[in-house]
Design a binder for this molecule. Structure first.
Ligand code: SAM
Length: 387
């Protein structure tokens, strides 16, 4: 097939990235944006490589998937699953995690559960482009165009939505970081964040999650909103189990989201490990009232526990590449009987599952947290036990 060809094909699954997956008449894999498993579709080829092609769905031929919603997708393309029912999205996310565990880690006996937050997790942070009139907007998928809608984006918290629709930003800055606090109503605006936050923490706001207050500087990682963050805190809490924990290590701690809630709820002594100076400074504030709390600034892969300081549980929430070998080596060196892993990518999660199993930690449970509705973004919290 070539670019601009139209194909008719049956879609059988979801690929990493959220597009549907099918094969052309030569057996070549085709990733189809907008299609759903079980559908036969006509699709326009947008790129063609030797081993695979990419296409955009033109129309469904025959019956649409029962999960398909008849909506016109919001123009910017930021939320790629708006055409899928929320239940369908959750089922697909579980399928993707189950499939990654099977294919990559050869785990067949752990069925992922799903956690649905009590209210819709609206975003309170956005990094947006700036158009020629100074308006902020998402970049259209696969292009540099900035989409400025007439309607506020339904995925954004209203406070953030009004910063987006009413704010005017310096055109030459190219990009703006916007963050709001649901707890306090504070707003943070950083124009040209790539340049300004390189060596500085930037302005900070306070946000409440899981009964704790967090200082979050502009340069620090924070979950996209407090509802998503709270859902992850509860999933981690459940995965930790009910056994008492004296000393918990929070690896890739950010501003201390898990360390703070675990320390306060369970009276555990916490050690947080984080490499970003801005997040470390925030974590020092956020854990300041917890007795014995320690924040270690540095790479998790280089961290080792102090001799004689036993660790009861490790919580690790690495970035997209996962723990990898250095992260697994550090986490395993803690010698804890249990590990809770928070993963934001199913494939790297499954690779970490395999590495942890080789180190003696069996996978006990997996919970998919539906923290990013209308997108393919998957968060999963898994529990491992030393066998
Ligand atoms: C996915 S975020 C999680 C943060 C926190 N658990 C939360 O939910 O807010 C990952 C964090 O790990 C930090 N990080 C990334 N690679 C790291 C490494 N090799 N060593 C230590 N920290 C790292 C990032 O700066 C970021 O704050």
């Amino acid at each position: 097939v070539d670019v601009d060809d139209e194909l008719e094909l049956t879609v059988t699954g979801i690929a990493a990235g959220g597009d549907a997956l099918g094969r052309d008449s030569d057996g070549r894999v085709v990733f189809v944006e907008g299609a759903l498993p079980g559908e036969r579709v006509r699709a326009l080829v947008t790129s063609a490589k030797k081993d695979f092609a990419k296409a955009v769905m033109v129309e469904v031929v025959g019956s649409p998937s029962p999960d398909r919603l008849a909506v016109v997708a919001h123009e910017c393309g930021g939320c790629t699953w708006q055409h899928v029912s929320l239940e369908g999205q959750r089922r697909l996310k579980v399928d993707v995690v189950r499939d990654a565990l099977r294919r990559i880690a050869h785990v067949e006996d752990v069925e992922p559960s799903v956690r649905v937050p009590g209210e819709r997790p609206l975003r309170t942070t956005a990094r947006l482009g700036i158009d020629a009139l100074g308006r902020a907007g998402h970049r259209r998928r696969g292009s540099h165009d900035i989409v400025v809608g007439d309607e506020p984006c339904p995925a954004l918290h209203p406070l953030l939505a009004s910063l987006v629709t009413e704010g005017r930003y310096p055109v030459e800055a190219g990009e703006v970081l916007l963050r709001v606090s649901v707890a306090t109503g504070e707003e943070v605006v950083v124009v040209a964040p790539g340049r300004r936050l390189k060596h500085a923490a930037g302005p900070a706001l306070s946000e409440d999650v899981g009964g704790r207050r967090f200082r979050v500087s502009a340069a620090s990682f924070f979950q996209p909103g407090p509802v998503a963050a709270a859902a992850l805190v509860e999933a981690v809490d459940l995965a930790l189990g009910s056994a008492p924990v004296g000393h918990v290590v929070d690896a890739y701690a950010g501003v201390g989201l898990f360390a703070s809630t675990i320390g306060a709820r369970r009276g555990a002594r916490v050690t947080a490990i984080e490499q970003s100076p801005s997040a470390v400074a925030d974590a020092l504030v956020n854990l300041g009232d917890l007795e014995g709390a320690v924040v270690v600034e540095g790479e998790v892969g280089r961290w080792r526990p102090a001799t004689g300081d036993a660790v009861d549980m490790v919580v690790a929430d690495p970035a997209r590449p996962g723990l990898g070998r250095p992260g697994v080596a550090a986490v395993v060196a803690a010698g804890a009987p249990g590990i809770v892993l928070v993963s934001c990518d199913p494939a790297s999660m499954a690779r970490d599952v395999a590495l942890l199993r080789d180190a003696g930690y069996g996978l006990s449970s997996v919970e998919v947290v539906d923290a990013f509705p209308d997108t393919f973004h998957i968060e999963a919290v898994s529990r491992f036990d030393l066998s």
